[in-house]
Design a protein around this ligand. Structure first.
Ligand code: FE
Length: 293
């Protein structure tokens, strides 16, 4: 039994603040989150001139995970738990904020100085109540360690960021079962991708167009899929999409900006802890990794 498209959300590209270009399929009015996911941002694609690239300086998170996947450009991460990293095309950072971190997500210095093209995604993965206060963790997966596989006809290729597809298994460790697949389809591609029945499933098309269960989605469209065993994809032209899946948590979501907990009381505690400095601070005296030039 294949999964039908039950809802389509059309996101629009918009410019935030000082020139940060994003397309955000959710949250959006009328569609708060896609359990177990809380947010999806497509950053760019945008061409920055020298000095123009901007990021998100020191800010806190508690109660969920932020996953950054870079397609073009270069981003840097530093956090109060002492994790540092720089990721480029094809790389992934999977940060478990857990009980809390303060982190900074910035374009690399080279990117800031010289400018360049930036394109990528940030996905927020919710944590179940039992894991919201786990110690912060940071997993950095270079592009070379992200498995990919193609269909026998070569018309569909997947990079597996989390979970498994076409026999390729990701090395990322997730707190609950999560599937995060980046598909690229050539004209004529047609296949059915199996997914565990217990997973909720979502497709975000970000390039060209892709047909999901007979429904053609254009770049910028996000689809909520119904129950079933497989996701039928077809392409009559070039298209790229993210296939996201996971077991829905089915727990209350109380969000205040960068904190996502289960109760209002837990949010108040997060704010108190942050104000009291208990989420720590980034040691800016230490140069970012790989920047000793
Ligand atoms: Fe952040």
């Amino acid at each position: 039994m294949f999964r039908e498209v039950v809802q389509v959300i059309t996101s629009h590209r918009q410019t935030e603040g000082g020139g940060f270009v994003v397309r955000r399929p959710f949250p959006t009015p009328g569609f708060a989150h896609a359990d177990p996911f809380l947010l999806l941002d497509e950053m760019g694609p945008v061409e920055y001139r020298p000095g123009e690239a901007i990021g998100a300086p020191d800010h806190p998170h508690r109660g969920f995970e932020t996953v950054t996947y870079v397609l073009e450009g270069e981003a840097e991460h530093a956090d109060s738990a002492g994790h540092r990293g720089r990721i480029g095309p094809g790389d992934v950072q999977w940060m478990t904020a857990g009980r809390g971190v303060v982190h900074a997500e910035m374009p690399s210095r080279v990117m800031h100085e010289r400018g360049g093209r930036m394109h990528g995604f940030q996905l927020w993965v919710n944590l179940p109540a039992r894991d919201k206060m786990v110690p912060p963790r940071y997993q950095e997966i270079p592009s070379s360690s992200i498995p990919s596989a193609s269909t026998p006809d070569g018309l569909a290729t997947v990079r597996v960021i989390a979970g498994e597809a076409l026999g390729a298994r990701a090395q990322i460790e997730t707190r609950t079962p999560i599937g995060y697949q980046h598909w690229r389809f050539e004209a004529g591609a047609a296949l059915e991708v199996p997914l565990p029945r217990a997973h909720a499933a979502y497709v975000y098309v970000f390039d060209g167009s892709v047909a999901v269960a007979g429904r053609t989605l254009q770049a910028g469209q996000f689809a909520v899929l119904g129950a079933g065993d497989t996701v039928p994809f077809a392409a009559s032209d070039l298209g790229q999409a993210l296939l996201l899946s996971g077991i829905p948590l089915g727990e209350p979501v109380v969000q205040y900006g960068p904190f996502v907990m289960n109760t209002a009381h837990e949010i108040e505690q997060a704010i108190l802890d942050y104000r009291a400095g208990r989420l720590g601070a980034i040691d800016h005296a230490e140069p970012p990794q790989g920047e000793h030039t």
